[in-house]
Ligand binder design. Structure first.
Ligand SMILES: [Ca+2]
Ligand SMILES: [Ca+2]
Length: 223
């Protein structure tokens, strides 16, 4: 009789304990799942923040790189200008925004020596090719503003066959010409095109044909 009575009296306690035991694994599983969700969320936030920082850093690096390139380009341009000034080189902007430079050499030499000098002075240099009125005017002003004694100035113009003139520096035929009109040139006195810089002649600062073995001043065209 005593055992059944004990069971009956303690029954509610057992029920509660069993209920707690039954509930225990579910509660533990839910907590772990919540923790995982929070960690995943935290990781996602951290990843997103890192991506944002990375983007900003990339933008800063791009801005700095662009600034360094601009500064380098500016310094190179200043350096080039100073070098040009030291070497007596004058430059002009052409229509397509390119820069073309010239050196008026006052030593009188035969044409082969003049050409060798220009080619050796700077990589890509050669005797001048006058391809437009703007270039002709620039060169006329360069000759005018320079103190010298050079009645004839070599260019890279050569007559490859009678009446067919090319600029040897570029291999292109004459598209623009400024031959002297009075007196009329070329008069077949030679196969080389000079700038005729003789103030006592009407054809002053225009072109004349002559020989390549004469000693004359010359103009180099430089990159
Ligand atoms: Ca030219
Ligand atoms: Ca002539």
């Amino acid at each position: 009789m005593s055992v059944p009575r004990l069971v009956v009296w303690t029954c509610p306690v057992w029920i509660v304990l069993l209920g707690r035991l039954a509930a225990q694994p579910t509660t533990t599983m839910c907590s772990a799942s919540d923790n995982n969700d929070r960690q995943v969320s935290l990781l996602e936030e951290t990843h997103s923040t890192l991506q944002s920082i990375d983007r900003r850093l990339q933008e800063q690096i791009e801005r700095q790189t662009s600034l360094i390139k601009e500064t380098n380009s500016m310094l190179m341009s200043i350096g080039k200008t100073l070098q040009d000034q030291n070497e007596g080189v004058k430059c002009r902007q052409t229509n397509d925004e390119n820069r073309t430079c010239y050196k008026f050499v006052l030593s009188k030499v035969i044409r082969s020596k003049a050409r060798a000098y220009c080619q050796g002075f700077r990589n890509g240099g050669d005797l001048v090719s006058i391809e437009s009125e703007n270039e002709q005017i620039f060169l006329a002003e360069l000759i005018l503003e320079t103190k010298h004694d050079c009645p004839m100035v070599y260019t890279s113009g050569r007559e490859v066959k009678r009446g067919a003139w090319v600029w040897e520096a570029t291999g292109r035929p004459f598209n623009y010409t400024a031959w002297s009109v009075d007196p009329p040139e070329p008069d077949n006195s030679g196969g080389i095109c000079y700038i005729w810089n003789h103030i006592r002649v009407k054809g002053w600062m225009t072109w004349d044909d002559w020989n390549d073995y004469e000693k004359a001043c010359f103009i180099c065209e430089l990159p």
